[in-house]
Design a protein around this ligand. Structure first.
Ligand code: NAD
Ligand code: AKB
Length: 316
């Protein structure tokens, strides 16, 4: 029987992922963790919650050994926009945290899921239909940590046979937890503001295309990758992974079909715009489709309908 630990579980992905994994493996077999408790968070009120700061290897090892953990989903991280404000903190959490998790996994023989990001790409990368294997020279500290992380995961697999797998997530859109300080966060906030205020001021400019995905697809794909036959995984740590690509005006037009009064305006943040401009417009995820059968369910229209349905009830 699997016993799962999720680090950074109270964030955007963890909130959905833990609930999904508890449905699959049972509530008592999935341990949520973060560096501090969040008052009122569903995962601090229900099921097993442990305090783990991933910079502290002892706190990881103690929980892994006490709960006899077999699989670690390592989500604790700093995202792109916050990272540009504090590169030293980002390096400490993203790199030392990953190293500590991999070391515990090596010693305790755990499988590990480590998210990468479209942020591994940057200047020099072909921006359209970005290949799986291509130039990766990112210009953000977040992207640098993700490229280094992919390489470190490769190393632990080859050198120590740690079963580590990963996806280059695109911008993720969800309605359970708010995003944690990335460049793609606008694509979540726009739905909240559309419902609450019928308008949204966007920090990225028109025409900024980025790959995106609805959270149910991201969770399903993550689970599929972790179940996949290892013999078929040629790109085990770093699959290009996407569902749709759109610019702010496309999501606004889709929202307007349901909320006709909705208006988008633009107030550009130069830091996040520069990050977005360095990322691909669309990536080629055919390796994920071929190696483990990836296929998204949601496009922009289906996601928008679901986001507005769910958030309209939540924000009443
Ligand atoms: P998030 O910021 O919403 O959540 C991360 C969580 O980690 C937060 O709750 C934070 O409190 C916690 N954390 C930070 N420092 C910690 C530490 N030292 N010890 C323990 N916990 C700590 O991030 P997310 O969106 O859930 O992202 C999870 C992973 O997926 C990250 O690796 C991120 O880079 C990657 N990713 C996310 C997206 C996205 O759109 N959400 C896209 C690409 C990649
Ligand atoms: C961010 O914008 O930092 C994340 C990501 C694409 O990695 N959402």
């Amino acid at each position: 029987m699997k016993k799962v630990l999720v680090t950074g579980a109270l964030g955007q992905i963890g909130t959905d992922l833990v609930l999904f994994l508890r449905d699959v493996y049972g509530e008592g077999n999935v341990v949520a963790s973060s560096r501090s408790r969040k008052e009122g968070h569903i995962l601090c009120e229900n099921g097993i919650f442990e305090l783990i700061d991933v910079r502290d290897p002892k706190s990881i090892d103690e929980v892994v050994s006490r709960h006899k953990i077999t699989d670690i989903y390592h989500l604790a991280s700093i995202l792109s926009a916050v990272g540009e404000g504090n590169p030293q903190m980002l390096w400490d959490i993203n790199m030392n945290g990953l190293y500590n998790v991999l070391e515990v996994a090596r010693a305790r023989k755990c499988a590990v899921m480590v998210p990468s990001s479209i942020a591994v790409f940057g200047p020099g990368t072909p921006l359209d239909n970005t290949p799986q294997d291509t130039i990766m020279r990112p210009s953000t500290i977040y992207g640098v940590s993700k490229v280094a992380g992919e390489l470190l995961c490769d190393y632990y697999y080859k050198k120590y046979n740690v079963d580590v797998r990963g996806l280059r997530y695109p911008g993720l859109i969800s309605n359970a937890a708010l995003p944690g300080g990335g460049t793609t966060d606008y694509a979540v906030h726009i739905y909240y503001d559309a419902i609450k205020h019928k308008k949204y001021s966007c920090f990225l400019q028109e025409g900024t295309y980025i790959d995106m995905m609805y959270m149910p697809d991201a969770i399903e794909g993550t689970y599929m990758l972790m179940q996949a036959d290892p013999a078929k995984l040629k790109h085990r740590n770093a699959f290009n992974f996407c569902a749709m690509s759109f610019a702010p005006e496309d999501i606004a037009a889709e929202i307007k079909k349901i909320i006709p009064e909705f208006e988008i305006t633009y107030d550009i943040d130069p830091i996040r715009q520069a990050i977005a401009d360095s990322w691909p417009n669309t990536i080629d995820d055919s390796a994920a489709r071929e190696e483990w059968g990836w296929k998204p369910k949601y496009d922009l229209a289906a996601m928008t309908k679901d986001m507005i349905d769910v958030l309209s009830k939540k924000l009443k």
